[in-house]
Design a binder for this molecule. Sequence first.
Ligand code: NI
Length: 175
Amino acid sequence: MALQIITAPDPRLKLIAKPVDRVSEDIEHLMRQMADTMYAAPGIGLAAPQVGQPLQVIVVDVGNDDNPDQPGQLYMMANPIIEWVSDDTCSYKEGCLSLPDQYADVERPAHVKVRYVSEQNQEKTLTAGGLLATCIQHEIDHLNGLLFVDHISQLRRNMIYRRLLKQRRLDTTAN
Ligand code: NI
């Protein structure tokens, strides 16, 4: 079942998420519900604060570039920590399920090494590049109360928030 995704602006998206003690059955269940929610949206990443759970849990699947009909690799991570970032950067037009229909170019390190706890409660590391590296950084930002718009100019950020508030008023009127 898909979980409800919180949209910005909302104070719950600004909270610092708590680490999980271990990936219990409950946390694994949350991870799977988050993955279902991400695929249904559809999106390529989702962080627990976006579904109202202030926990350090993210899910990521950037798809399969070589064969778009096939699923990509799903990563479900608890307590992800970026251990290393490359000096070279890359820029992607980012979006976010909590900022519907809003996009902006964000520059981030092109490669990262992340340490995390898997859905099987095993400690793992992953070195990622390209869209996967960007997506992991974007999702970890959510655990620190940051959205992709926090990486762009205040002018552009305010423009996006104005559009979101306008859309929210239209949605409220329509309902
Ligand atoms: Ni996001």
